[in-house]
Design a binder for this molecule. Structure first.
Ligand code: NAP
Length: 480
């Protein structure tokens, strides 16, 4: 067992140097609660210094040619590929993500940086036919996309490497500088990636990593006028607060959801059940598009529930570093407490807990709830835990109403063999992405990704993020 004397002590990355902070806090494993590292808790002054350094480094990054930015990103991707096992171990240790899922996250992160490298080379403007207006004859107009400047990136704990890549990758691709504030529970993945960027030759000051509390470092980034854009992934409460405080800064918000799936008649359940179970319980359900609500047409309901339960009961809970583990600890003991309370509330309001519902240490058992009413927290809020509801519906229209009856709208899915139903549902669902014949949990990293309502504003996916991280400038030549 690690002792406080032999755990790694990390430093802040500011201006290319690893700087000792005034204050430190202990980082514990969510699974064992063992101390795994000492992490700097930056003060406002330290965070402000990082912003100043990033502000000064803007010109260097703005002048760096696209091929060079692409080379750095490609190099990071290849270094990460070489050190994939080490990277997965870091993710698993700090977040309790089962190691096989963590390896999957690393593979996706490699891809994200590769996509970012490609996007660096295709940041286009357009020519404007100014002579379409009477006053515009004999003029040439074109647009260019310029880096926005300093980007404040605030990230959550649940994909500590790939969601950082979704911010750092496009920011570098577009020629910006960054101050990165990772989630307090998962800073090690960010420190690791920052080391790879240094090795890949990113100039000092282009990427600064400032750990510390969201209230101190996060809020400073949001309010400081030297920061031009905030890109935030996290909970809706914090996201809305950021939006209210950011003034005229550009803000991208990737927030939470209670993602839903509709299952139509005639579906071959043996083909879809294991995917549905994975969508509900992968990474302990701590995924923004985790499958939380399932609406099944009534004549399929009993069979769906029976098969779903059978499959759920085969999942292994345990140590995240054990390759056989499917479900491990929630991110904190407080989350275990919260989710047990929500399950209790659902039970009180008449729902059936068909399996799970209890905690084993810091692990919440995969939990299936039947007939939860739409007002219970497990239904209308984001559970962010291994909990899924399965409810019976009479018609597809009724199911669509339930899916849309949410304050969130990130992604939704439908399994159907009827092309007309698929088309109609794609049109009627009010979400950022509709998955036909898949769970709402589907994501690959270059697709446009983001939500409506309290699920956020703006889109990630490299091409779309680059667009948000650049300013359009118009140039007009007068040839009169
Ligand atoms: P969180 O509590 O909102 O924290 C996210 C980040 O915000 C952390 O770095 C946190 O720092 C920081 N923060 C906290 N208070 C702040 C403040 N007042 N000002 C500025 N920053 C502040 O979220 P989480 O628990 O880490 O992540 C889970 C949430 O993220 C879920 O709602 C999930 O759905 C959402 N999520 C969305 C997506 C998406 O793409 N839509 C993807 C993944 C996750 P500290 O850690 O220091 O508190």
């Amino acid at each position: 067992m690690a002792t406080i004397e032999n755990v790694t002590k990390k430093n802040l990355l500011i201006g290319g140097e690893w700087i000792q902070a005034k204050e430190y806090s202990l980082l514990r494993s969510p699974y064992s609660q063992e101390v795994i590292a000492e992490i700097p808790a930056a003060t406002e002054a330290e965070a402000s210094k990082a912003i100043e350094i990033a502000f000064q480094a803007r010109e260097t990054m703005k002048k760096m040619p696209a091929y060079k930015r692409a080379q750095i990103l490609e190099k990071v991707a290849s270094l990460l590929e070489e050190r994939a096992n080490e990277a997965a171990n870091i993710i698993s240790t700090e977040s309790a993500k089962p190691i096989t899922t963590a390896l999957g996250e690393v593979a996706r992160t490699v891809e994200t940086y590769k996509f970012a490298a490609e996007e660096a080379k295709r940041i286009y403007g357009e020519t404007i036919p100014l002579d379409a207006a009477q006053g515009g004859t004999n003029r040439i107009g074109y647009t260019v996309r310029e880096p926005i400047g300093v980007i404040g990136a605030i990230t959550p704990f649940n994909f500590p490497m790939n969601l950082v890549a979704h911010k750092v990758g496009p920011a570098i691709a577009a020629g910006n500088t960054i101050v990165l504030k990772p989630a307090s529970q998962t800073p090690l993945s960010s420190f690791f990636i920052a080391e790879l960027f240094q090795e890949a030759g990113l100039p000092p000051g282009a990427l600064n990593v400032v750990t510390g509390s969201g209230r101190v470092v996060g809020e400073l980034l949001v309010k400081d006028p030297r920061v031009s854009m905030i890109t935030f992934t996290g909970s809706p409460g914090v996201g809305i607060d950021i939006r209210n405080k950011a003034g005229l800064k550009r803000v991208t918000l990737e927030l939470g959801s209670n993602a839903a799936l509709i299952v139509d008649e005639g579906i071959d359940l043996d083909k879809v059940i294991s995917r549905c179970v994975m969508g509900a319980f992968s990474n302990q359900g701590q995924v923004c598009i985790s499958l939380q609500r399932i609406y099944v047409l009534e004549n399929m309901y009993d069979e769906f529930v029976q098969k779903f339960l059978e499959h759920t009961k085969t999942l292994k809970i345990g140590d995240p570093l054990d390759p056989k583990t499917d479900v491990s600890a929630l991110i904190s003991p407080a989350e275990v407490e919260r989710t047990l309370n929500w399950i209790h509330e659902a039970k009180q309001s008449g729902a059936t807990i068909a399996t799970g519902g209890k905690a084993v240490g810091h692990i919440l058992q995969p939990t299936v709830i039947l007939n939860a009413d739409k007002y219970s927290k497990v239904s209308c809020q984001e559970v962010f835990a291994p909990i899924v509801l399965i409810n019976k519906v009479k018609t597809i229209e009724e199911a669509v109403k339930f899916v849309n009856d949410s304050t969130y709208g990130l992604q939704a899915g439908i399994y159907t063999n009827n092309v007309h139903t698929a088309m109609a549902v794609a049109e009627e669902l009010y979400v950022g992405g509709v998955m036909i014949n898949d769970i709402p949990t589907f994501r690959v990293d270059h697709m446009p990704y983001g939500g409506v309502k309290e699920s956020g504003t703006g889109r990630e996916g490299l091409k779309y993020a680059v667009e948000e991280m650049t300013e359009m400038k118009l140039v007009v030549w007068n040839r009169n």
